[in-house]
Design a protein. Structure first.
Lengths: 250, 152
């Protein structure tokens, strides 16, 4: 963190390996590197504890190890999230919500490591995720209900003369879902990391009084870790709610 | 802001996001999550089977307690029956003894009374003869008549 460096410099994409495929630049960048780290960590964290299958067939097989308990915690967390919002049918979309939540959560958390890169702080990444969810949910709605899916935009029990006003509003709110979903995550990550960097700049600038922004940074780091969890949770629970809407309309 | 300025890396970011998301999703769906689910199911099954076994054992224990209590009340009834019988028998026996003793005493009294009566009579008759003798003696002495000739 050189003096005078922009607080936004941390979000710069730096290519590590230049790759060009059919004229498209798909360079392996620092963003891709941290996606690799995140993916590898999630897969190891959740798979490794369950690979060693003890075959003693005794009761001790059933005692989970520490790592198994940790993995189970994540599993049952998403399980209860889905069953609370969607219900029994939600089990079919478990792996989608689980993947989304864990990918965003560990992407956010690894972004808290100094000198790392937060790929969720890029609007293109969060927008792609949100659009993915949006398209999936819309297709799901049409597959489940066919043309009746359009009745989703008609609020039941409303007087007829209100419909011309409210149907456009409903459609706009539906179409803005991916934008709100992606911007919420992106803006939270951007703001948090920028704020940390700005206050980090104060530490060296203020000399001995730099201790004050340093204390603030420590507290803020804790808050940022909370936000990393919270935003992943919000993304996951909104995905669940959208799935619920697509399955049950109103 | 690099997020909006580095447009040249949009394709790269989308590409790698797609790659890693698909890898993560596939491996989680087909390997990891089934493994976790199997593990949890195994434990749930174990717990469930033990709960049902426990219910069975509780039922068994309850039936045993019932059986025990039934037997206990039966035994208590029997015991009180035996005690009552014994009491009755004792009462009868003592009454019988009392009666027998009374009868014996009555008999003794009667016997004694008759003996006294007889002794009294004997004494009276003896007194009579003695009086007769004395009277005869006195008369013969006074009158000088031989005893054999005096007839009272």
């Amino acid at each position: 963190m050189a003096k005078g460096e922009s607080p936004l410099k941390q979000f710069e994409i730096q290519p590590i390996i230049d790759i060009n495929l059919f004229g498209l630049d798909i360079s392996f960048t620092n963003s891709a590197l941290w996606m690799t780290v995140t993916t590898a960590f999630i897969l190891i964290f959740f798979t490794a504890p369950f690979l060693k299958s003890k075959k003693t067939n005794s009761v001790s097989d059933l005692y989970p190890s520490r790592m198994q308990v940790a993995a189970e915690l994540g599993f049952s967390f998403i399980n209860s999230l889905l069953s609370d919002t969607v219900g029994k049918e939600g089990k079919r979309y478990f792996s989608l919500v689980f993947t989304l939540f864990m990918f965003i959560l560990f992407g956010n958390l690894f972004g808290m490591i100094p000198y790392s890169f937060t790929f969720t702080s890029h609007i293109i990444v969060t927008l792609a995720l949100a659009m993915g969810v949006f398209i999936f949910v819309t297709v799901l709605g049409f597959v489940k209900h066919g043309v009746k899916f359009f009745s989703f935009f008609v609020i039941p029990g409303l007087p007829i003369y209100m419909l011309p006003l409210l149907i456009p509003i409903e459609i706009i709110s539906y179409l803005s879902r991916p934008i709100s979903l992606s911007v919420r995550l992106f803006a939270n990550m951007l703001a948090g990391h920028t704020l940390l960097k700005v206050f980090a700049g104060f530490v060296s600038a203020l000399g001995i009084f730099g201790i004050l922004p340093l204390v603030f940074i420590i507290a803020l780091t804790g808050l940022e870790i909370l936000i990393a969890f919270l935003q992943a949770y919000v993304f996951a629970i909104l995905t669940c709610l959208y799935i619920n809407d697509a399955l049950h309309l109103h | 802001m690099p997020q909006l300025e580095q447009v040249e890396f949009f394709i790269s970011q989308l590409f790698w996001l797609g790659v890693f998301f698909v890898i993560l999703f596939s491996v989680l769906t087909y390997i990891t999550l089934p493994k976790i689910r199997a593990f949890l199911n195994k434990r749930d099954d174990f717990v469930r089977s033990h709960i049902s076994k426990q219910d069975e054992l509780i039922k068994k224990a309850e039936s045993i307690i019932e059986n025990y209590e039934a037997k206990l009340t039966e035994a208590k009834n029997q015991a009180s029956q035996i005690i009552n019988d014994a009491k009755d028998e004792a009462l009868h026996e003592s009454e019988r003894l009392l009666k027998a003793t009374e009868e014996k005493i009555q008999q003794e009294i009667k016997l004694t009374e008759s003996r006294v009566q007889k002794e009294k009579e004997d004494a009276l008759s003896e007194l009579n003869t003695q009086l007769k003798d004395s009277a005869t003696d006195f008369i013969s002495k006074v009158t000088n008549i031989e005893k054999g000739n005096i007839n009272l």
